[in-house]
Design a protein around this ligand. Sequence first.
Ligand SMILES: Cc1cc2nc3c(=O)[nH]c(=O)nc-3n(C[C@H](O)[C@H](O)[C@H](O)COP(=O)(O)O)c2cc1C
Length: 366
Amino acid sequence: MPRERTRSSFFKLHDYETHAKQNLSKMVFDFVAGGACDEVTLRKNREAFDQIRLNPRILAGQKDISTRTQILGQEIAFPAIISPIAFHGLVHKQGELATARAAQTAATIFVSSIASNYPVEEITAQAPERVWFQINFYKDQELTKKFVKRAETSGCKALVVTVDSATTGRRERDLANSFHLPKSLEMANFKKVGVKRELKPKRGGSALVDFRKEFVKPGPSWRDFEWLRGQTKLPVIVKGIMRPDDAIQAVRLGANAVWISNHGGRQLDTTAPSITVLPKIAEALGGQAEIIFDSGVRRGTDIVKAIALGATCVGIGRPIIWGLAESGERGAARVLQILKDELENAMAILGCDSVGGISRDFVDCD
Ligand SMILES: Cc1cc2nc3c(=O)[nH]c(=O)nc-3n(C[C@H](O)[C@H](O)[C@H](O)COP(=O)(O)O)c2cc1C
């Protein structure tokens, strides 16, 4: 774990990534940074954002810029929430507790992964109104039910079901590094429901792959989703959608929002960059449901582009971990603040003073 220092000289997200690369072990850095196979999608997620052009409007008479908005009825300070990421304890001893506090400070939402190192009850205690819970479908339906109940009783405000990772993508960096958890870290949510497993080192393999094989349902279907929808009154969001037909089906079967994502390029390599599928999914949904978008957001201008193309808000993945690695809660909160500042700056120069005003004509993409 890197030593804690606050770097007020870090003024862009990339600075935090560089710091993480210099300070984290190779196994941990690669686990966070890596993608599937040749990492084509990982790279293209970024390139696709860079290719979209912004169209500023002059003399627009904009007043005070407000980045405030809402997602599923919850107020957030700007249209960015924290995407679910496993094992925050790998980069900071306070792990997800620190991330939840950063979300509270930034007045946004932390989607806590089922694979957190602290139990969800302790995480929600840090930011009672600001935690959502992410789960998968498990082979044992009772296990899924227990997680849903714990999300409800701990006060999570929504349930995110990830549908793109029943099988782990071929993350070759993790295979080469024999990815595992140190003995000091637990799969806390699983332990709480009686599943005690260590993610032990295994030569030439990733311990995560074995864990998934043992517990996660290999071929979930829409029936599983319907079943899950019937288990809870919480809003349910389907994460990992990349096609209009899937988005429509999710909403038809009761999803409260859809989450467009290619998992940050970690699942199936050479899938399209998520930002290129957003416009057609938004068009197909025609406003029937809110859209969360992630994969590759690194700049305030990326947030503008995603909103202009139909997203309600974006999710931030790896940069939160880079911030957490640098100085825990402070670093993660600063990453969010930098993005918010960049967004405000972009809106001011674009000629737009509210999130609702970020319209399609502000972007050009071929
Ligand atoms: C290290 C790491 C672990 C992740 N763990 C999860 C997870 O447990 N559940 C999940 O739904 N997505 C997980 N994701 C995917 C993120 O939620 C998100 O979709 C992705 O990071 C977005 O791309 P970005 O990192 O380019 O912002 C993980 C991503 C990373 C980088």
